[in-house]
Design a protein. Sequence first.
Length: 234
Amino acid sequence: MFKKKTRRNNINQLEIVNRPKSVISEQFRTLRTNVLFTSSDVHMKKIIVTSSEPSEGKSTISANLAISFTQAGYKTILIDADMRKPTQHKVFEMMNVKGLSNLVAGQVQLVDAINKEVQPGLDFISAGPIPPNPAEILGSTAMTKLLEELETVYDIIVLDTPPVLAVADSQILGNMADGSLLVVNGRKTHRDKVIDAKAQLEKCTAKLLGVVLNDLNKKDDGEYYYYYGEKEKN
Ligand SMILES: Nc1ncnc2c1ncn2[C@@H]1O[C@H](COP(=O)(O)OP(=O)(O)O)[C@@H](O)[C@H]1O
Ligand SMILES: [Mg+2]
């Protein structure tokens, strides 16, 4: 008769900045270590963050992960490569007038598109105005060249991307990046979708680094919940 209430865990969008001592922030640091040291053969410079479906936490996790890299001394740039539903500029309270779309289209200069030091050690490129053809833009030679140029300046490039099952964008970027992370909403995402998304990512040249379980319910999910998304304790 009564619908079971689902309460989302209490995460701040810039958790690692605003609550550095929380359990969630600690989990971001663990994730950072895992990303950096999972692969001994490939140098993890360009990392895409994706999920099977929308709203699983890609943008939240990519922002916090990018900041965690800066906190370990890595010069990092976060790129909002989700030109379908860009939100990263809101996380950093920036405008989204000049960004990736018009940068790759050659309408703006790199120096004008980079937002410097949005957090200490972190630069940021927003998605830019929503273009009609995001996949084409991401798959262009100009995009490859942009990443090559950024690699000479930054230690780590984190790319926030659209859901892998919805559009080709993250697979395109998955063939330009070194590693990929699959964010899974532990409450709502169906197992089959995760399996499909994993299969799509495994087709890419980027190494699938792992799954980030987000927004799990402590009671329902037993031991896994603490991997990411636990309610703050500190
Ligand atoms: N673990 C979490 N607990 C509570 N809210 C979350 C959690 N992860 C993400 N959110 C919220 O859910 C919404 C969607 O997250 P977002 O990171 O934008 O997802 P995506 O980029 O995959 O679409 C945002 O409002 C975000 O603040
Ligand atoms: Mg997003």
